[in-house]
Design a protein around this ligand. Structure first.
Ligand code: SF4
Ligand code: SF4
Length: 150
């Protein structure tokens, strides 16, 4: 009972303060946490086609096709089924796949949610001033030095 009264008091406190937490999206851009995990950005230049991201992904969101001698031929990410668990980003040894803060995914069909490497390469960071990987891993520079993956 005390817990219910406490939660009601908290609700009333915020309701009466006049503070708003919602924005009129899409006219207004919402604030996104620096650590938010959004749509992936892929760099063909950085990728060494080791396929670790594909192996670690728990639900086959990533599909890679390689040719002779581990040359990359195709990188597809089914963004509609991604769990945003970030395992692919963590396992990648060269930071070729990074989750941006971009949450804007729109499609009419399921096929449109299969992003190829060109589409993944064109995903915007949402806010250029915030480095999402550095925000999620504040000790990263000490470990790896200053890595310019962007
Ligand atoms: S974030 Fe998780 S589910 Fe999504 S592609 Fe990466 S490993 Fe797969
Ligand atoms: S783990 Fe990184 S380098 Fe390896 S295939 Fe995936 S994106 Fe490319």
């Amino acid at each position: 009972m005390i817990g219910v009264l406490e939660s009601m008091a908290t609700t009333m406190k915020h309701a009466l303060s006049g503070e708003t937490f919602t924005v009129a999206y899409p006219e207004e851009e919402p604030e996104v946490s620096p650590r938010f995990r959004g749509v992936h950005r892929f760099s063909r230049e950085r990728c060494i086609w080791c396929r670790q991201c594909e192996s670690v992904c728990p639900n086959n969101t990533i599909q890679i096709v390689t040719g002779e001698g581990r040359t990359g031929e195709q990188y597809t990410l089914q963004i509609g089924q991604c769990l945003y668990c970030r395992l692919c980003e963590e396992v990648c040894p060269v930071e070729a796949i990074v989750l941006t803060r971009n949450f804007e995914v729109v499609a009419d069909t399921r096929a449109e949610l299969a992003y190829d490497e060109d589409e993944l390469g064109a995903v915007s960071w949402y806010d250029e001033d915030i480095d999402p990987l550095a925000a999620r891993e504040p000790d990263r520079e000490a470990r790896d030095g200053d890595v310019d993956y962007r």
